[in-house]
Ligand binder design. Structure first.
Ligand code: TRP
Ligand code: SF4
Length: 404
């Protein structure tokens, strides 16, 4: 039973880097959990993406895939609502990637900011590979193969969504023309019926003559609202609005959500590579031990030294976990040396212990019955494939390749 599709289709992916931490949770996962009830969501574990940097050592990959899936479920992703799957189980991603690679100029890939950045940062790996250069295009295929409208990602991934849009535009431009397009559009416009036919023509003219975006939006809504159209006619009508022909691959949007800053135990950003994390399913005793030892404002060397919360990473955790009242108490106590750091940390410790305990509770069923995970992946991947197959059929047809 999946959500109809009230807000459109959402797609996002995560690399299987092993157990997730609170930074991953507050930075992305928590948002996904909310989105699954508002959109038709596809979330996948990007194991092929992992290979674009971690190709030399793949032994732990299956284990990491399972750990990430357990964390997703622990965080509240619901396989009865969202489609959860593994990228390599849906080979259509690879086929679309290959086809898109034929029309993607090298310069588009070379200028993606993460290309040079990552090569600099991951100096110990040889990233002068074909796969690494093509990684953002694989991401484009991930998105376009589901014709997703929205892609929830962080700031660092916006350039990849932008590349996806350019790629879709180029594809539609090259292959979105049927020989008898004009005729077919005319028939589809008539199929809208009566008032809608007239309105569609008016809105299209308005948009094409004066670039009126509101008219474009209204015309799109009109087309979407007529339920008896065939998929092909709907695509023709949408494509015809902008004069591009058929939109085979619609352009997605990045969905940016405000996320809190999640500090690691050493005060730097929480990140697995810094070894400063609290895992989603961390043992409560370890949570307490780690947080008690967490970095605070260095000005508070002694209990009697006053501090400044804005210089303290624990304060960032208060922003996430504490009520306004507790935050006021902490800030005042810190600045007046009225409370000690351990005291100040206690409400945060309590909340995080509560959170990880709930996560561990939800995860238990799956750690005890790993066959449940296999079922979820098999079912989700099958569902994803059904959607991906439909896209590929249209893509192949548009490119004059075989269809089956
Ligand atoms: N590149 C993303 C990351 O490293 C993961 C990812 C792969 C992704 N394919 C995607 C995210 C498609 C959004 C959409 O975090
Ligand atoms: Fe940080 Fe709280 Fe200590 Fe102030 S009292 S330095 S805010 S932990």
């Amino acid at each position: 039973m999946s959500t109809p599709n009230p807000g459109g289709r959402v797609l996002s992916g995560m690399r299987p880097t092993g157990r997730l931490h609170l930074g991953n949770y507050h930075g992305a996962l928590r948002n996904w959990v909310r989105l699954q009830y508002e959109y038709e969501c596809y979330f996948f574990i990007a194991d092929w993406h992992m290979l674009t940097t971690g190709y030399a050592d793949t032994a732990a990959l299956p284990h990491y895939v399972h750990e990430v899936l357990i964390d997703w479920l622990a965080a509240g992703l619901n396989p009865g609502v969202a489609t959860l799957f593994v990228q390599s189980h849906v080979p259509e991603h690879a086929e679309l990637h290959l086809l898109l690679s034929m029309i993607t100029p090298l310069s588009w890939l070379e200028r993606v900011p993460s290309y040079k950045d990552q090569q600099e940062q991951l100096k110990d790996q040889d990233l002068t590979t074909y796969g690494f250069l093509g990684y953002p295009l694989l991401q484009s295929a991930d998105i376009l193969v589901y014709r997703a409208q929205h892609v929830p990602v962080g700031e660092d991934q916006v350039a990849h969504v932008e590349l996806t849009r350019e790629t879709a535009r180029r594809f539609n431009h090259l292959y979105g023309r049927e020989p008898d397009f004009e005729e077919k559009v005319e028939r589809a416009v008539k199929a809208l019926g009566g008032r809608n036919t007239t309105l569609y023509r008016q809105l299209r003219r308005k948009y094409q003559e004066s670039g009126d975006h509101e008219a474009l939006e209204r015309a799109r809504a009109l087309v979407q609202g007529v339920s008896r159209l065939t998929v092909a006619d709907r695509d023709r009508l949408l494509g015809n609005l902008e004069g591009t022909g058929v939109t085979i691959l619609p352009e997605p949007q990045a969905l940016l959500t405000e996320t809190p800053k999640v500090p690691g135990l050493d005060g730097r950003k929480m990140s697995k590579s810094y070894g400063n994390t609290i895992e989603l399913r961390e043992d409560p005793q370890a949570v307490m031990r780690k947080l008690r030892a967490m970095q605070t404002d260095p000005a508070r060397a002694r209990r009697t030294d006053a501090g400044e919360p804005t210089r303290c990473p624990v304060w960032d955790l208060h922003q996430i976990y504490s009520s306004e009242e507790v935050r006021r108490w902490a800030a005042e106590g810190c600045r007046s040396a009225g409370i000690g750091c351990l005291e100040c940390k206690q409400p945060v410790i309590d909340k995080i212990v509560e959170e990880v305990t709930a996560m561990r509770g939800r995860a238990q069923e799956y750690t005890e019955n790993p066959e449940l995970l296999r079922d979820i992946i098999a079912e989700g991947s099958e569902k994803a494939r059904d959607t991906a197959r439909e896209t590929l059929e249209e893509v192949r047809r548009a490119m004059h390749l075989r269809t089956d």
